[in-house]
Design a protein around this ligand. Structure first.
Ligand code: AQP
Length: 339
């Protein structure tokens, strides 16, 4: 198959904290597995991160760390464009134009906005506008597919609505993207609260998340502390009371790529939840050890990391700059150096 026939993929990750196994199984692992058969753009979305308060030095470190982790997880810079969102200015410019055709009500309905805004006294306009910037990220690249965890499904739906509205107002301009949600790992829940999604924002809460860079001892400790129940049976279940065990089985399934019945078979002779937790910790350690080792190498060589990111940003600009010119022209803006 020639590269022209390959489907284009765009996805992003916020450098808003330490990346965890939810980010890995919900997004990164799938990006790596399918990178050869697609044309890929993966973006560290630092502009999205500043929709909530960030310490500037910490944000810079986390942005570089997220980039190194993507490469360490197996993204190959010769076939994927990995770049930092704020280094390609088309994203913010396109977002402004899309803001002007997006009804406010569409944004006020977003559940992630409602969850994050919660009962905070002051919420930034950026937090409300988050999904429009995400729509700009995706449709600037004419991406067909957006591989994300289940929590981002509603935002991709909104990107589709915005693309369709623009096409309707100004003529065919954007590809209408599709969300691609993995079957296993689509929603990894907090180990301390299996009814809430594992999230970077709670990563400092003891026992909430397994970080992608956690040492084996920490992984064991977090998994051993995971909330379970008193039923004792190690099977998948939709029962909310059993969501802790379900989450641990889901993590095991995401690591091993086994079917549900194969996973349940693996635990048929287990002696209680102690055995389940030991095995889940073991497979996680096996999966994350080589990633952590490669990360340590990459993060040491900051010149090389900057070069890889500059290469990704150049490739991204080569697609998104002409697309932004087309958008500007369609809405009636005067282009510099042309009609
Ligand atoms: N718990 C999760 N289970 C499965 N997938 C998840 N993702 C995030 N959490 C889980 C997926 O990871 C990708 C990158 O997410 P993001 O960084 O853009 O933002 P997020 O979804 O808001 O992630 P967090 O960890 O909850 O960060 P904060 O706390 O900063 O908001 C996405 O594909 C997402 O679906």
């Amino acid at each position: 198959m020639g590269s022209e026939a390959k489907k284009r993929v765009f996805s992003g990750i916020q450098p808003s904290g330490d990346l965890h196994i939810g980010n890995y199984f919900g997004a990164i692992k799938g990006w790596v597995e399918h990178q050869s058969d697609k044309e890929n753009f993966f973006c560290i979305v630092d502009l999205h991160s500043i929709t909530v308060a960030q310490d500037p030095d910490t944000l810079r470190d986390q942005t570089r760390s997220a980039a190194a982790l993507l490469f360490a997880s197996g993204l190959d810079p010769s076939i994927c464009s990995v770049f930092i969102q704020s280094q390609v200015s088309t994203h913010a410019e396109c977002c402004w134009i899309l803001n002007c055709i997006t009804p406010l009500g569409w944004l006020e309905r977003m559940t992630q906005f409602k969850d994050k805004a919660g009962d905070q006294a002051s919420v930034s306009t950026g937090l409300l506008d988050y999904p429009v910037l995400m729509a700009a990220d995706i449709i600037l690249y004419s991406a067909h597919e957006v591989p994300v965890g289940d929590d981002q499904r509603q935002h991709v739906e909104l990107a589709r609505d915005i693309a369709q509205r623009f096409n309707h107002l100004y003529g065919e301009t954007f590809v209408v993207p599709e969300a691609v949600i993995p079957e296993a790992g689509a929603r990894v829940m907090g180990l301390n609260d299996p009814n809430a999604k594992m999230s970077k924002s709670f990563a400092d809460v003891r026992g909430h998340a397994v970080g992608m860079l956690d040492e084996p001892k920490e992984i064991e400790r977090s998994v051993k502390r995971a909330v379970t129940d008193s039923h004792g049976e190690i099977i998948f279940s939709d029962d909310a009371e059993r969501s802790g065990v379900n989450n641990l089985l889901g993590i095991y399934k995401a690591v091993t790529n086994k079917t549900k019945s194969e996973v349940e078979k693996d635990f048929r002779d287990a002696r209680g939840y102690g055995d389940l937790k030991t095995r889940v910790a073991e497979v996680l350690i096996e999966e994350l050890n080589p990633i952590r080792d490669r990360y340590q190498e990459l993060i040491k060589d900051s010149d090389q990391l900057d070069k890889l990111l500059a290469r990704g940003a150049d490739r991204a600009a080569s697609i998104s700059v002409p697309k932004l010119q087309e958008i500007k022209s369609k809405v009636g803006l005067v282009l510099s150096g042309g009609p």
